[in-house]
Design a protein around this ligand. Structure first.
Ligand code: NDP
Length: 234
């Protein structure tokens, strides 16, 4: 398979692992990065997903480099954790704007070409906390839960065009995002995970690769947990 793939937030963490996994499978993979440098060996385009202009320009560059995008992975995301009582409106809306509206911007631009080709795959990166909730993360959990309703609506809208839309819901993954937690907090989280350990980004990437691949042709509107059992019972 050598499809044209775009992964947002693909310069580090889970996004980079996804990009590398799909590239290893033979796809042409472009990643967006917001700061720093693009990762070695991958086509990088600078893009802030809070800007429709940036998203549009990024797609145009990727289309020119590797053809119409057939697989979109909306992975870019942020946290701004704090308790509701002291959370200001900007802290809430900026997380929604990046994690949820960002996915809207990317999917909306991405489906243009997919609808024309009557073929496509969209994978959105949500989180176990979308369904579990998490104190201090009401903004983040709301954004990640929103992705599920968004994905399922798109799955219904786009099924007749042979475009599937699915969600991966990771648990606790070893990346910069979680490195900020104290050892005590990390120990507490590990104790709650049935498999007793955190995930490597590559373990999330393998689920994305499956959903983006031919073997998942009959799966749409699904939420696949990759969380060591943390969210069991969702
Ligand atoms: P990181 O913090 O390591 O990486 C986040 C990525 O998103 C970076 O590439 C970052 O770019 C990019 N990004 C953030 N904001 C924007 C923006 N406005 N526009 C464009 N890109 C942006 O996070 P992870 O790899 O851990 O997380 C990836 C995804 O997985 C996120 O959606 C996260 O919510 C989700 N997730 C993570 C879990 C975990 O335990 N780590 C658990 C469940 C879900 P830059 O480098 O420029 O800042």
């Amino acid at each position: 398979m050598s499809r044209s793939v775009l992964v947002t937030g693909g310069n580090r963490g889970i996004g980079l692992a996804i990009a590398r996994e799909l590239a290893a499978a033979g796809d042409k993979v472009a990643v967006t990065y917001r700061s720093g440098e693009p990762p070695e060996g991958l086509f990088g385009v600078r893009c802030d997903v809070t800007s429709s202009e940036d998203v549009d320009a990024a797609f145009a560059k990727v289309e020119a480099e590797q053809g119409p995008v057939e697989v979109v992975v909306a992975n870019a995301g942020i946290t701004k954790d704090t308790l509701l009582a002291i959370m200001n409106e900007e802290t809430f809306t900026s997380v929604l704007d990046t994690n949820l509206t960002g996915a809207y911007r990317v999917a909306k631009r991405g489906v243009k070409g997919m609808m024309r080709k009557r073929n496509g795959r969209i994978v959105l990166v949500s989180s176990v906390v979308a369904m579990l909730g998490s104190p201090g993360q009401s903004n983040y959990a709301a954004s990640k839960a929103g992705l599920i309703g968004f994905a399922r609506s798109l799955a219904r809208e786009l099924a007749s065009r042979n475009i599937t839309v699915n969600v991966v819901a990771p648990g606790f993954v070893d990346t910069d995002m979680t490195a900020a937690l104290t050892e005590d907090q990390q120990d507490g989280i590990r104790a709650a995970i049935p498999l007793g350990r955190t995930a490597r980004p590559e373990e999330i990437a393998k689920a994305v690769r499956f959903l983006a691949g031919e073997d998942a042709a009959y799966i749409t509107g699904a939420v696949i947990p990759v969380d060591g059992g943390l969210g069991m019972g969702h």
